[in-house]
Design a protein around this ligand. Structure first.
Ligand SMILES: O=C(O)C[C@@H](Cc1ccccc1)C(=O)SCC(=O)c1ccccc1
Ligand SMILES: [Zn+2]
Length: 159
C-alpha cells in the first residue's frame, strides 16, 4: 500500500492537542532519523521500550520492543514497533500488577498495575494507520510508553 502522510502531533497542553501543530510527518526524513535514534538509545540502555520525550523530543512517538527478560521470561520476542500518535481505544477491566523500570528513573523498580488487555490505534513509521490488541507484558510496555507522552512515569502509578 502507498504510504500515507501522517501528521505527528506535538506534545503540550492536552486541551490544545486538537489544534496542536503537526511538527513532523511520516514522510519527513527528520522523523525517520529520530525513530532510528530512539532505537539506538533504547538498545544501548537494554530497554524494552522508549518514548520521544525521554530524549527531549516533545512529539507523540514511542517504540515498543518486548523481549524475554529475567522478570518476564515468557515475554514475546518482537520486532521493535514505532508508534506515531498512539491512542488507547479500549481496555480490559482486569488489571495486573507487574514490575517496571524506567530509563528516566534509573535504579528504581516498582510494582505497577496495568490493564491486562488494550486496543491501540497508531500510525506505523510509514504513516499507515494500524489498530491492534495487545495483552500482558506488551500491553504493559505500551501503557508505560503512552504514559510518558502524558508526562507520567511508573512511580506515579505505584500503589
Ligand atoms: O523507560 C522506558 O520507557 C523503558 C522501560 C520500558 C518498560 C520496562 C518494564 C515495563 C514496562 C516498560 C524499560 O525498558 S526499563 C529497563 C528494562 O529493560 C526492563 C525493566 C523491567 C522489566 C523488563 C525490562
Ligand atoms: Zn519509562
Amino acid at each position: 500500500s502507498n504510504s500515507r502522510r501522517l501528521e505527528i502531533l506535538q506534545l503540550g497542553n492536552p486541551r490544545l492537542r486538537d489544534t496542536a501543530q503537526a511538527i513532523a510527518s511520516s514522510s519527513d526524513p527528520a522523523l525517520q532519523a529520530l525513530i532510528d535514534q530512539l532505537l539506538v538509545t533504547m538498545h544501548a540502555s537494554n530497554g524494552v521500550g522508549i518514548a520521544a520525550p525521554q530524549v527531549g523530543q516533545p512529539i507523540c512517538l514511542v517504540i515498543v520492543a518486548s523481549r524475554p527478560n529475567p522478570r518476564y521470561p515468557d515475554a514475546p520476542e518482537m520486532e521493535p514497533v514505532p508508534m506515531l500518535n498512539p491512542r488507547l481505544l479500549s481496555h480490559s477491566d482486569e488489571t495486573v500488577k507487574g514490575w517496571e523500570g524506567c530509563l528516566s528513573v534509573p535504579g528504581i523498580r516498582g510494582l505497577v498495575p496495568r490493564y491486562r488487555e488494550i486496543e491501540v490505534e497508531y500510525g506505523d513509521r510509514h504513516g499507515n494507520l494500524r489498530r491492534q490488541v495487545f495483552t500482558d507484558f506488551v500491553a504493559r510496555i505500551v501503557q508505560h510508553e503512552v504514559d510518558h507522552l502524558n508526562g507520567l512515569v511508573f512511580v506515579d502509578r505505584v500503589e
